[in-house]
Design a protein. Structure first.
Ligand SMILES: Cc1cc2nc3c(=O)[nH]c(=O)nc-3n(C[C@H](O)[C@H](O)[C@H](O)COP(=O)(O)OP(=O)(O)OC[C@H]3O[C@@H](n4cnc5c(N)ncnc54)[C@H](O)[C@@H]3O)c2cc1C
Ligand code: SF4
Length: 523
């Protein structure tokens, strides 16, 4: 085993959490090693091919996990520099202020966080700047108070989406511009890095205009001579001192060889499922249930949101190219008829025939997949799932990841779907085609919905929760392991509850918050 240098900080994983932390710590001059199991996403035309990306899963890991029945699970996740932010839809939301407190859902309690919204607010503002978020304050009825405006104006709606937004407003809702991390300059299109294409959500950005952790954090961090990145460096195990109180060695598999590194501070940021797997693999005499797992919470409380894609197919074509500009949060905390939270309505990137073939929904009568895609508005609905200790990541005897998950808190989600169906049936005449969009070919509008299956682990979080009580959490409020003095976790695992908006901005903001703590500690 080759023994390499000692570092001040090792960060394992370069996604939303690890990449952002690297950016924050880089100017300190401290010696920082980034270990990333993947390489760079190759820049090639296939980046923007829906056939390559969605149908053939070209960039997705080929790793196989297991579900609770022992059946194979092909996770929709990606191992690259920048992590899943290379592929995300870049909808960058703050959690609501209320999400930090306890919230009663129809399916149970969403627990409070050990920090308040006010504690993390300055870091949300920093993260919005760092990730070039485009948005408009004051539109979203549930948005929390912010200490600064969005750094960039909102991404404008194309006509079909503007029409829908106007319709929603006429029905008494407060639709708003989705906060988006794309480097789009609509005032100076010739200078804009982003060309506003249809292959954003789920795709890497060929022209590096998406606000991802590689482009905006890892690459700039590497300009500092004190920061080193090793790619294709899979961390297989963390070893501790005899007391178990500090990580002494980080074991890495790279280029067919085993290497060992050490650091004063070790930060795990492999994503909520892989960070769990790493801690469980690192069990030893002092940590028999897995590293930092005296509480037995590591791997438990897995959450991933209750998500659905709902296609509303109408007689009108939907010629929208960039569809993800509109959101609705009016039912986030409930409605007049239902006092429990329902969730968030927004869009996925425009679906096309090849994407539909990958997860083929029922074909609408008289339609082909191609025709369906051309006539659909493609909604993304998210509701909160609650942290159930039995929804859990474990390892089998061979070390394979096992993901056991029973959906919960589903009634709010079903009610959200019903709300959207109802709203879509009340649409006005289509301004473009001068007829009723949602009558004509069909007696009524046609909705085709698909719940995201277990393999859809895009929003994974919650498995290594932070908290004040070491009996019920693995990390303290600074995301340091209660039981290990130099071990931190900064990916989505620290969430004690997940709210119903997309998670990445909260992961980024928290990494900046933990970064401040680490800078003080490293002084
Ligand atoms: C298609 C898609 C669309 C999405 N859209 C949105 C969106 O619009 N808005 C939003 O907020 N969120 C979105 N998400 C979710 C968002 O991308 C994630 O929440 C976020 O990237 C998670 O950050 P993380 O730091 O926890 O993990 P990741 O970003 O997944 O980073 C983990 C990193 O660790 C590396 N790693 C794993 N194991 C090891 C190991 N053993 N050794 C070394 N390295 C390792 C991985 O390769 C990866 O680089 C989307 C995700 C997907 C897949
Ligand atoms: S050019 Fe813009 S819309 Fe297209 S993938 Fe890149 S960031 Fe997304």
């Amino acid at each position: 085993m080759a023994r390499a240098d000692h570092f001040d900080v090792i960060i394992i994983g370069t996604g939303a959490g690890g990449g952002t932390l690297a950016y924050k710590l880089a100017p300190s001059g401290k010696r920082i090693l980034l270990l990333e199991r993947g390489g760079y996403v190759p820049r090639e035309k296939d980046n923007w091919s829906t056939k390559a990306v969605n149908l053939e899963g070209k960039y997705q890991t080929k790793e196989v996990w297991l579900d609770s029945n022992g059946d194979p699970l092909h996770p929709h996740t990606n191992y690259y520099v920048g992590g899943n932010t290379k592929f995300y839809g870049a909808a960058l939301f703050r959690l609501r202020r209320e999400d930090f407190g306890e919230i009663k859902h129809s399916g149970g309690i969403s627990p409070a966080w050990p920090i308040s919204y006010e504690d993390i607010e300055p870091y949300y503002t920093q993260a919005e700047r760092l990730y070039h978020v485009h948005g408009q304050r004051g539109e979203d009825p549930t948005e929390p108070p912010a200490s600064a405006p969005y750094p960039h104006p909102p991404v404008s709606h194309e006509p079909r989406i503007q029409h829908l937004s106007d319709d929603f407003a006429r029905l008494g809702l407060r639709p708003f511009h989705t906060p988006l991390g794309v480097m789009l300059d609509e005032q100076n299109p010739h200078k804009s890095r982003c060309i506003r294409c249809e292959t954003c959500d789920g795709h890497p950005c060929l022209v590096y205009a998406k606000s991802d952790a590689q482009v905006l954090c890892v690459d700039p961090a590497l300009e500092h001579p004190n920061v080193t990145l090793l790619t294709n460096a899979y961390v297989s195990r963390l070893e501790t001192s005899p007391s178990g109180r500090e990580v002494t060695t980080v074991i890495v598999q790279r280029n067919g060889a085993t290497e060992a590194y050490s650091a004063n501070i070790v930060v795990v940021s492999c994503g909520a499922i892989n960070s769990t797997a790493l801690l469980l693999r690192s069990a030893n005499d002092k940590h028999p249930r897995g590293l930092a797992n005296g509480s037995d919470v590591v791997g438990r409380h897995y959450m991933g949101h209750v998500n659905s894609v709902l296609m509303a197919i109408s007689k009108c074509l939907n010629p929208t190219v960039f569809q993800k500009s509109l959101s609705v949060n009016d039912f986030y905390f409930g409605s007049k008829e239902w006092s429990y939270p329902m969730g968030h309505i927004s869009f996925v990137g425009k679906l096309d025939r090849d994407t539909l073939r990958a997860g083929a929904p029922a074909i609408a009568p008289g339609f082909t997949l191609d025709l369906m895609a051309k006539h659909s508005l493609d909604f993304w609905l998210t509701s909160e799932d609650l942290p159930d200790p039995d929804n859990r990541v474990t390892l089998d005897r061979e070390g394979n990841i096992v993901l056991a998950y029973q959906p919960n808190n589903e009634e709010g989600h079903q009610r959200l779907i019903a709300k959207l169906k109802d709203l879509m049936q009340q649409q006005t005449k289509c301004q473009e085609h001068a007829h009723e969009c949602h009558v004509g070919l069909f007696a009524r509008s046609l909705f085709i919905g698909q719940r995201i299956p277990l393999a859809g682990v895009a929003h994974q979080n919650g498995t290594i929760r932070f908290g004040r009580d070491p009996k019920t959490s693995a990390l303290d409020v600074n995301c340091k392991a209660h039981e290990v003095d130099n071990l931190y976790v900064v990916d989505a695992s620290f969430f004690p509850s997940s709210g119903a908006v997309n998670p990445a901005l909260t992961i980024m903001a928290n990494a900046l918050r933990v970064g401040d703590h680490l800078l003080k500690r490293l002084r």
